[in-house]
Every structure is written in structure tokens, then in C-alpha cells.
Design a protein. Structure first.
Length: 96
């Protein structure tokens, strides 16, 4: 592993969560590809969350695969953050 492998500042990953199934990794890339992923997210008003360590872990997952159980909590926090930013409520959420 070289220094570039450890530098995740130019890394972007994207997840898809439908509210029912385990989130899946739908895109990942560095450099120009990372910039394109971020631009598409912004264009479609998809909330962005910066977590270099989580992105590094997620980037090791093959595209299309579900996130591993070990990352459920961290990804759940990101999904909750995205819901909060977009003013949405998770499926099945009721006001109390």
C-alpha cells in the first residue's frame, strides 16, 4: 500500500437505500470520477456527508454489494442525517 492508497481526500462513494433493504454501494471513485459522483449528487439534490474513514471502508466493497453488517450503524447515521437534511421521514416513522 502506498501513500496515495491512504489518502482518501479525493474519494467519493454513493449508496442506495430504498427504506426496506440493506443499503448497496452504487458508485465509487477517486479524482475526476469522484468529482462526477459529487456533481451528480448535487444536481439531483442528494444530501452529501463527509466521512473520510467511512468512505475508505465503503470503497473496499464491490459495486452493487450490500454494505456489511459491521458498517450498519455508521451507515444508518448517515442515512438519518440525509433524511433530516431533506426534511423526509424514514418509512414507518410516526410523530409522537
Amino acid at each position: 500500500m502506498n501513500k496515495k492508497d491512504l489518502d482518501t481526500s479525493d474519494l467519493a462513494v454513493a449508496l442506495k437505500y430504498d427504506g426496506e433493504n440493506t443499503p448497496r454501494l452504487t458508485a465509487k471513485g477517486r479524482g475526476e470520477l469522484a468529482e462526477r459522483i459529487l456533481a451528480l449528487a448535487e444536481e439531483h439534490n442528494i444530501p452529501l456527508h463527509e466521512d473520510v474513514e467511512l468512505a475508505a471502508l465503503l470503497s473496499q466493497i464491490p459495486l452493487g454489494d450490500e454494505i456489511p453488517q459491521a458498517l450498519y450503524r455508521a451507515v444508518a447515521e448517515v442515512i438519518a442525517f440525509a433524511y433530516l437534511l431533506s426534511g423526509k421521514r424514514p418509512p414507518g416513522f410516526e410523530d409522537q
